[in-house]
Design a protein around this ligand. Structure first.
Ligand SMILES: *Cc1c(COP(=O)(O)O)cnc(C)c1O
Length: 351
């Protein structure tokens, strides 16, 4: 296969685009106090009357420090869902190109192939929920632009071995997107430090899970400066609103709270995993590197309904490939997890 070449991967129409720039940005950077009569805003200051910074510089600078990457290697989106959509639109020609996804995995990749009219080539994980590298590489052709690896994987919970991912990075000349939505719960290392070593690597993260900020919608894309500048050309200028930027910055600056919460969630996860072993209708508890655990039960539809009747909503994954009769439990607070276990024990007795 030919060498990786970013320019050849970018859609022709995107190659021709110039990034959006607002006149105000240039003057703001100069440091002098200016009067801004350029954007038809209401001039009376209330903290939100101005358009937000389209490059989110304060947040980017704080996150770059925290994550030890360069600001030019970061792009933010309205959730990682927007970041993923931007990646499709930058690299995939509708009706022509294809991508590879690895079910059972996060449903959004497939949804985005539908929205963008891109062929979705699916390669199942192995029975042990590992990457089937041979089958993946066999499916690649000249039109294969993206490959999605979710690690830790939703809904199975496991992270993938670094050597397997490395093999794919070194043998696939399209873009490898590693979705690290759950990385903060994992004992595996993040890939964000490798975006310069692998020019075909994009890593996505989010404030929606460990950072406890699902409501503000902030997704993060880490990649080489070259890839980030391609995505910057097609991103809506004000895709991250001012409220989100402020809340996200506060949270990133108070990251010790995040780490404390993650630690508590991991302790709770251990406790729950042990308690689940006592439930007879749970046939298998899959290892997890995330803030949820997937289990195999006798009858997922039945158990799901019973838990609903007890006022507990979990996720039934039984229709997913390789996931027949599985349920996914998010790790809640100590009280919530106890109630879950009590409910499961009660159902246990009813058989
Ligand atoms: C929850 C989740 C996300 C989060 O998406 P946001 O749009 O940032 O909330 C991304 N990827 C995976 C695999 C997830 O499970």
């Amino acid at each position: 296969m030919s060498e990786f070449n970013l320019q050849n991967l970018v859609r022709a129409n995107v190659q021709k685009l110039q990034p959006y720039s607002s006149a105000r940005d240039e003057y703001k950077a100069s440091g002098t106090e200016m009067i801004f009569l350029d954007a038809n805003e209401n001039p009376y200051e209330n903290g939100m009357n101005r358009y937000p910074d389209p490059q989110q510089r304060d947040l980017k600078s704080a996150l770059a420090k925290l994550k030890n990457v360069k600001e030019e290697q970061i792009l933010f989106g309205n959730g990682s869902d927007e970041v993923l959509d931007l990646i499709f639109r930058a690299f995939c020609e509708p009706g022509v190109d294809n991508v590879i996804t690895l079910p059972p995995t996060y449903g959004m990749y497939k949804v985005l192939t539908g929205i963008n009219n891109i062929e979705n080539r699916e390669v199942l994980l192995t029975e042990e929920f590992q990457l089937d590298i041979k089958s993946i590489l066999k499916l690649v052709d000249e039109q294969t632009k993206l490959l999605f690896i979710c690690s830790p994987n939703n809904p199975t919970g496991n992270a993938f071995d670094a050597r397997a991912i490395k093999t794919i990075l070194e043998n696939f000349n399209g873009i490898v997107v590693i979705d690290e939505a759950y990385i903060d719960f994992s004992s595996y290392e993040t890939w964000i430090g490798f975006v310069d070593l692998y020019p075909n690597l994009i890593v996505t993260q989010t404030l929606s899970k460990a950072y406890g900020m699902a409501g503000i919608r902030l997704g993060i894309c880490y990649a080489s400066a070259a890839i980030i500048s391609v995505l910057n050309k097609i991103k809506p200028p004000y895709n991250v609103n001012e409220l989100t930027q402020q809340k996200a910055l506060e949270r990133v600056l108070a990251v010790d709270e995040v780490f404390d919460e993650v630690e508590s969630i991991l302790e709770e996860r251990n406790r729950l995993m042990i308690a689940l072993q006592e439930i007879k209708f749970i046939k298998e508890i899959f290892p997890t590197d995330a803030n949820f655990v997937l289990v195999k039960v006798d009858d997922a539809n039945e158990r799901y309904q019973e838990l609903i009747e007890k006022g507990i909503v979990i996720r039934n994954r039984t229709t997913q490939p390789l996931c027949e009769n599985t349920l996914r439990f998010t790790i809640g607070t100590s009280v919530e997890n106890k109630k879950l276990v009590e409910a499961l024990k009660f159902l246990n007795k009813e058989i």
